[in-house]
Structure formats: C-alpha cells, structure tokens
Design a protein around this ligand. Structure first.
Ligand code: FES
Ligand SMILES: [Fe+2]
Length: 334
C-alpha cells in the first residue's frame, strides 16, 4: 500500500463526509481531499468508489480522466480501471494482461444521511456492517416529526477540532451572535454538567438566554444538551418553548488547518417557516463564527491544557481536549 499523508491512528480509521450525495452523479468524477490526501469519487450502479487521485502508472491525476461504463479511464495513457481499482485494459498494448500492480489505491465509501462517507483505513475491499456502524448516529434521521435540512458545507481555514470546540462553546453567543443566539446584556454563563465516557462527552443542562429562540419573536431561556460522539462529530438538542431543534455537526479534516463543516438540522416545530429562511439564519451564524475561529492562534488545537488558561465556562473545552489527547489524535493538534 502506498504511504498516505497522515499517521493519525484515530482519524485514519474514522469515517468522514466528503460530499453530498447529490453532488456525486453517475458518470461524473468528483475530486476531494481528506486528511491531506487527494481523492476522487465516482459511482456506477450501487457502487461508490473513493480512490487515491493518483494513477499507479505514471502518477497522473485520475480525476482528470473520464468514466466509460463501469471503468474509469486515466487521462494520460488511457489505462482503464474497474470498480475494484484493478486495471483491465492498456490501450498501448491491447493484448497485454494488466499486471496486478496496475491497481489504484482504493478506500471504503458509504452513503448515509444523503452524504458520502469515506474511511481511509488500509483495507482492500468491502465494508462490513460493524464498520458502517461506526458512522455516527443521527437520531432524528428516521423521525417523521422532525423536518430536516442540510446546511454547509462551511469551509474553515482552521483545524476541525477548533470548529467542534466552537460548536460546544455557548459563552461566545452574546458577543459573536448578539441578537441571534445571545444578548450582549446577558453574558453570564450558568454552570452545566459534563460527563466523559470512553466514546462520548455529554454536556447537560447548558442554559442560554436567547432573544428569539424559536422564531416566535419572544425571548427566553433555552436548554442545550450536547453529545460529542466522535473526535469530529457532535450533536445537540436545543429545548426551546416551541419544541426541539437538533444539530448533527460533522467536520471533515481536509488538511491540518482546513476543514469543512456539515450540519443536519432537525426541528419538530415551525413547519411553516420557509426552509430558505432557516438556512439563511444558520448561514449567518456560521459566517459569524468562521472569522473568529480562523483568527485563533495557533490554528491547530492545543491539547496540553497549560498552553492556555481556562474558565469555569470552558469545562466542555477542557473535557474535549483531554479526551482527544487520551484517544491519541494528532492531525490538526499541537
Ligand atoms: S499515468 Fe495513467 S495511464 Fe499512464
Ligand atoms: Fe458560534
């Protein structure tokens, strides 16, 4: 197997979103980047392929090629690769049986929640049920009482961990999201509970006063309950007077200092609010976050606690940094 860019043992074995399903149409090639590796995606029938974007012959970018039936044709010398990544035809030598080495580096790909998930762990073919179950669970996905819409992707020129930490931080609401998620006259952050388990961090009873928590125009206190379920996936339920709003937030580590955020939002109220309005609200909130997150120095998340000082309201961030460090993540951290 060819060497890949990162050696992070956790993120390499995790699933990451690299495209929306609708962006991957049959007969098209979609270039992407994950963990510092250039990839391409293509699909035919029920198969989704995620390949290293390098032809094993002379290193040309396969994403510049084209699809012909169930094969992908390299743009340079026209070698054809089947869905397993094996070369099946060499135009310069039509009678030559392609050697076993004429094989593209392939990765596992799986479609779930209208997103394409990829796992870069070294594994030849096939994805087992257990492996697919490692894709984080989005509780409202099959719940018809919740309307759902996908926001993003949002690009941050920063570590993915910085964007997750920002997602868990409510004490910035009165400053960064004054008038939307908080109020500059109500800056005190109430205590909340943190529980760290091997595979998750839960934040409970995170209380925030919001000027218009559910679109009815009346201010009031809401309660967030968060769960961090993977290093780069977190989820919350916001309990507002009109009902529940949840966000499933997963972040793609493109490079150590570049990431993409994807947000599935689900809500069991406000069914008559136009989706464009809800989406515009979320876009605005995230566009307020991005310049702040990108300004943070260093861009990679410091996992050694003494590198910065901490306040009682930072207990979520402290738990997150400790958890990541204990797990052994390295990509996008210092
Ligand atoms: S580099 Fe791809 S066919 Fe030669
Ligand atoms: Fe924010």
């Amino acid at each position: 197997m060819s060497k890949i860019v990162t050696t992070d043992p956790i993120l390499l074995n995790d699933w990451h979103v690299i495209a929306k399903s609708e962006d991957l149409q049959p007969a098209t090639i979609l270039p992407a980047r994950l963990l510092g590796e250039n990839l391409l995606l293509w699909r035919t029938g029920d198969h989704i392929m995620a390949w290293k974007d390098v032809c094993p012959h002379r290193g040309a970018r396969l994403s510049l090629g084209n699809i012909s039936g169930d094969t992908l044709i390299c743009p340079y010398h026209g070698l054809a690769y089947d869905i397993t990544g094996q070369c099946t035809y060499i135009p310069a030598h039509p009678d030559l049986q392609p050697p076993a080495r004429a094989h593209v580096q392939t990765y596992q790909a799986y479609e779930l929640y209208d997103l394409i998930w990829v796992n870069l762990s070294a594994k030849a073919q096939g994805t087992t049920k257990a492996e697919k179950e490692n894709i984080p669970f989005f509780p409202e996905w099959n719940n018809p009482n919740f309307r759902k819409f996908l926001c993003g992707s949002y690009k941050y020129y920063s570590s993915g961990f910085r964007s997750i930490e920002n997602f868990l931080d409510v004490s910035h609401f009165p400053f960064v999201h004054d008038g939307l998620l908080g109020d500059h006259n109500r800056t005190a952050t109430a205590d909340y509970e943190v529980e760290v388990e091997e595979n998750s961090i839960s934040l409970r009873n995170v209380r925030v006063w919001q000027p218009d928590p559910d679109g009815t125009g009346t201010g009031g206190e809401v309660i967030y309950n968060y769960r961090v379920v993977r290093p780069l996936t977190a989820y919350f339920v916001k309990q507002a007077p009109a009902g529940e709003l949840t966000i499933f937030f997963t972040v793609t580590p493109v490079d150590e200092e570049e990431c993409l955020g994807w947000m599935w939002i689900a809500m069991n109220y406000g069914h008559d609010i136009p989706e464009a309005e809800l989406r515009a609200f979320q876009d605005k909130v995230v566009q307020q976050d991005i310049p702040i997150v990108e300004s943070q120095h260093p861009k990679r998340l410091p996992l050694d606690l003494p590198a910065e000082f901490h306040l009682p309201c930072d207990r979520a961030s402290i738990a997150y940094r400790k958890w990541l460090k204990q797990m052994g993540v390295t990509f996008g951290t210092v």
